[in-house]
Design a protein around this ligand. Sequence first.
Ligand code: SF4
Length: 292
Amino acid sequence: MHFTGTVYRNPYWPTFPLLQISQGCTHNKCKFCTMYKDVDFRLQPMEWIEEDLKEIATMAPNSTTIQLLSANPLVLTFDKLKPIFEMINKYLPKMEYIYLAGRVTDLNNKAVEELKILKELGMKEISLGVESGDDWTLDRIHKGYHAEDILEQCHKLEEAGIDYWMTFLNGVAGREHSHEHAINSAKIFSQCKPMLVGTGGLTLFPGTPLLEEAQRGEFDPLSEKEMLIELKTFVENLTCDCAFITHHTVAANLTGPNFLSRKEKIVAAIDRVIKNGDMDRMAAIRRNKRTL
Ligand code: SF4
């Protein structure tokens, strides 16, 4: 198998088999991320993809799911994705779900009709690393798009009937803009129809511009308690009828389907942690994290 650099697999999707069809990230500018900083983006050679598929077909010929790598294979044009998807179906004829992640802007180069064809070939569910619906925050972290782009591209997915995930990055606006980040993200996410909203908490990893800004006093990170208050504001204002997951260290029990019917319980649970949680322990867990 041909893998290059960081291999990030979405742990909530079936994680075997994995197939790398691109390397690195086309954007590589988000201020909180170093995952692919040493890997130039490029399309995997088709010969490598075919060799890997033959290997997978030998080991797991009845695979019904596959997860494509690397950071944003979704950026490939329709003309590049279609033959790859056809090759996957040729070597793995029972294929049902081709999972892949991407950026909101990766959808710019695809028409709804093209998305429908990709869905027929297996792209039934994708994950978008949205992070915020607040324009100030999106600019601050160099995300490379704005709230109106999120709405436009997500509505295309809805028209094509493709399920999608949206992520909210808790804490990434810092103290200066925390409330607006929570409120405006909930407002934009709520105008979309994601099958799932996921939240992760900002960790300032070595080598990230955001950590360097924090060290120079130009970025004011939230405390663990402030992160939870921001998360609570986001959840209170979110009105999507979707599944909800959180990577928050103390909040694994908030994860599950039917967000709206569980919303009050989720808010109450976050409140309990705000009042009684061991913030030192949470900070220690975050300090020990090494990757996103
Ligand atoms: S967060 Fe995603 S889009 Fe941004 S640099 Fe990292 S991998 Fe690329």
